[in-house]
Design a protein around this ligand. Structure first.
Ligand code: MLT
Ligand code: ZN
Length: 471
């Protein structure tokens, strides 16, 4: 251990207590990665990991680190997919896992106040027990922390109806790089008193402040939820259906998820599971929820009829918990299979295009893949125009060649996304993984403004340095 690391460790022990800091090599490694599949050219490792237990301790650590110019990378559960929690410049990883209490559920105001280290599904469960809905639903919700969801503005399966995490945030307590503590917003649903700093912090990936408390909006709990599993004759027909659910069906579903034939094939190969019509070109999961059971059933029938009319091979209706779990298990397994089997990737994507351009986007993909000698599967939150793709080289490649091929393919892909009016990331964030492509989507003045905002919040550049924009 270097003298600098030793003194950092001793100083943090004096601030937090010996049991709240570690420089143990194994733990430093464990707290220095996220779920970004093997991607970075090297491993970045923290010098020390600390575990504050309250806002005052977060503030004291930041004040210390800011004065000494030590980088601090805040960390949730490590489920991120862009390297947001990876300590690019070493220094301190600040794990929020001990700040894990639900502070209050206020039924009358329909709010829930939580510390950042609460697991998202615990928030959903606690709200449900009080007859209320927390509508944030990231795919990693059983593991991810609400603080991480706020930092990345996590999306997931219910954005089409309820919005990404930011849509549910009414208030935040944050600590700035210099240790000052601010409260933004509160249990209120309107607020134009000053700039909307809440929604600047949401999605800022821990580069502007550390979130120490979150006040969330809760909704009435829908009385009934129904899922349709719909194998479709063609991808184009599936995309026409996605639009028709709302334009003709008059319904805003709570989810519209997509899986292509290859994604389904991967799940079959991975699990041996029987999936009906598994040779179909595309599969949709359409979820509808509502307060009035009769009305919901009328909507389900109407949407079911439109599915058949537009090319569904069959419409499976899942109403009870078991049937619904079986449907969603297929969707979850698409991501799980990739995590287990994908090592040498050209890319794992999170692009977004306007809904009306999805067909064109998907139609251009085979030619793009062929140009780059790549194979891919596509799936994701098609109702939001948010498509995940996992892209592999057709043959084995040395790491350097893989990186070059990946850069060339991504640049080509992103030009297509840009031309269609789309963007680089819908929910996984920029982090380290996508920062070199920011200039394809944002012009110089926009990136310069991001840098100036970063300077205003964190003039010494200690908070999660190196993320979102380079240098
Ligand atoms: C998903 O939609 O499944 C996740 O955002 C991406 C993943 O884990 O593959
Ligand atoms: Zn997703």
């Amino acid at each position: 251990m270097s003298d600098m690391t030793r003194s950092l460790l001793e100083d943090l022990k004096a601030i937090l207590g010996a049991s709240s800091v570690t420089a143990d090599a194994e733990r430093r490694a464990a707290y220095s990665s996220d779920e970004t599949l093997p991607w970075f050219d090297r491993h970045y490792t923290a010098d020390v990991v600390c575990f504050p237990e309250n806002t005052a301790q977060v503030s004291a650590v930041l004040k210390y680190a800011n004065e000494r110019r030590v980088p601090v990378t805040p960390r949730g559960a490590g489920t991120g997919l862009s390297g947001g929690a990876v300590p690019y410049m070493g220094g301190i990883v600040m794990s929020m896992e001990r700040m894990n209490s639900i502070i209050e559920i206020d039924v009358e105001n329909r709010t829930l106040t939580a510390e950042p280290g609460v697991v998202t599904s615990e928030i959903t469960k606690a709200a449900r027990e009080r007859g209320l809905l927390y509508a944030g639903d990231p795919c990693s919700g059983d593991i991810s922390f609400i603080g991480g969801n706020v930092a990345e503005n996590a999306g997931g399966n219910k954005v089409i109806k309820y919005g990404s995490t930011g849509a549910h945030v009414l208030g935040l307590e944050i600590v700035l790089a210099d240790g000052s503590i601010l409260t933004l917003g509160g249990k209120r649903r309107k607020d134009v008193t000053g700039y909307d700093l809440i929604h600047l912090i949401v999605g800022s990936e821990g580069t502007l402040a550390v979130v120490t408390k979150v006040i969330l909006n809760l909704l009435p709990l829908p009385a009934r939820v129904t899922d349709l599993f719909v194998p479709m004759r063609s991808v184009n027909a599936a995309m026409r259906l996605v639009a028709a659910i709302s334009t003709r069906g008059g319904v805003i579903p709570s989810s519209v998820e997509f899986m292509d034939r290859k994604s389904i094939q991967n799940v079959k190969d991975y699990t041996g599971m029987e999936i009906p019509h598994s040779e179909a070109a595309a599969f949709l999961i359409i979820q509808m929820d509502g307060m009035d059971r009769r009305q919901l059933w009328i909507d389900v029938e109407r949407v079911g009829d439109i599915c058949v009319e537009l090319g569904a091979l069959e419409v499976f209706v899942a109403e009870d918990r078991n049937a619904r779990d079986r449907v969603w298990r297929i969707r979850r397994l698409v991501a799980e299979e990739e995590w287990t089997n994908s090592m040498a990737l050209l890319s794992k994507e999170d692009i977004v295009v306007p809904s009306g351009s999805i067909s064109e986007f998907l139609a251009e993909l085979p030619a793009l893949a062929e140009r780059h000698r790549a194979e891919y599967n596509a799936y994701g939150h098609i109702g939001d125009g948010n498509i995940h793709m996992t892209i592999f080289p057709m043959s084995d490649m040395e790491p350097d060649d893989l990186k070059k091929a990946s850069n060339a393919m991504c640049a080509d892909l992103y030009r297509l996304v840009k031309r269609l009016g789309g963007t680089l990331s819908g929910e996984h964030g920029i982090g380290l993984k996508r920062r070199e492509y920011m200039n394809i989507f944002l012009d110089e003045a926009h990136i310069a403004l991001i840098r100036r905002l970063k300077d205003a919040f964190d003039p010494n550049g200690v908070l999660n340095p190196g993320k979102i924009v380079e240098g």
